[in-house]
Design a protein around this ligand. Sequence first.
Ligand code: FMN
Length: 397
Amino acid sequence: MWAGRHVVLGVSGGIACYKSCFLARRLTEAGARVDVVLTRAAAEFVRPLTFEALTGRPVACSLWEPGEALAHIRLAHEADLIVVAPATAHLIARAAQGLADDMLTAMLLARRAPLLIAPAMNDEMYARPETVANLERLRAAGVAQVGPEAGPLAEGPSERPGRMSEPETILAHAARLLRRGGPLEGRRVVVTAGPTREPLDPVRVITNRSSGRMGFELAAAAWERGGDVVLISGPTALVPPGGPTLRRVETTAEMEAAVRDELPSADLLIMAAAPADYRSVEVADRKRARGEGGLSLTLGPTADILVATRGLRKPGALVVGFALETGDAVARGRGKLERKGLDVIVVNDATEPGAGFEVPTNRVTILDRDGAEDMLPLMDKRAVAEAILDRVAARCV
Ligand SMILES: Cc1cc2nc3c(=O)[nH]c(=O)nc-3n(C[C@H](O)[C@H](O)[C@H](O)COP(=O)(O)O)c2cc1C
């Protein structure tokens, strides 16, 4: 989504400037054309050369440099999106007052594009009524804000907001701002992800190889498209995406309960989780020792969440299921689509290289209720998520 987009990254003079280097790098890697504008104080923290090398483009620092006299107006008018990260207390105050005494503030005042700011400062500076009022004024002028977050500051530990959001979080908010107005905007989206675990005793479980990555990418992509997203996840080692509300569950029964809670208000349910299909009929209340000899387990089926919750779907809600098969994937997927009352089913064959569990890529075929069948090439899971949402969005309009 960043390819061909023009982003102006404003950087003001806070210690979090070092994180802006990562942001500039990530935006450039993602295909955006990134022009960096530094305040004088920012150039004390990170030299313009660093940003120039990261973006491959000249960096603007001063209104008074000979070369291009009206660069601040050109940048303001060409940008698809402006991000200021970090936004210092001083920059926020100047922008809130409509001052235009340097390259960055003059460009902000002339802007036509949406503006996202990532405040970063000492927690007391952030809580000061002057700063609160300045931010309020900017928000009233339509400026979007990400963070700050509570956590350690350069000067020591803190539990109050002040710390700049991480580059990945800023990137996700920037994407959501840029993608405003799509069919998922304001829709309630519920995504399930990951495996579930069924206990055998207090320490042992039955689970599967699902990493949760496909569901996490779907939740992140749906949130970027403006969705109000709830991510119901079994145990995974992944860092959760910043925007969606996360509900963690352990067993298939817990996942079913969470889906029951969320489904009645959902416009879209995407069941990307791989819940355990079996559970032990008996769960021991103590850890059995190996020395006690062999162990036989009797397994019983868990609930099929899509089938069990079918009656709770809101009229008109769209439902997307996943089917991971080991052979005959498309035919079996079509059968599941009918049986479970789905609008779209995403099928993949776990035996194909690069597809399925524990890999960052997937090769899927998307089947929909109208009989369409779309076989996608091997792609990373984020690209698969976008392709699935494109298909769903087409059904939303
Ligand atoms: C080491 C150091 C760290 C600073 N960190 C911050 C900061 O994180 N946030 C902030 O608002 N100001 C910070 N300041 C103060 C700003 O640099 C100062 O207010 C400056 O005038 C900001 O200018 P600018 O907003 O035009 O970039 C820091 C100053 C120093 C010397």
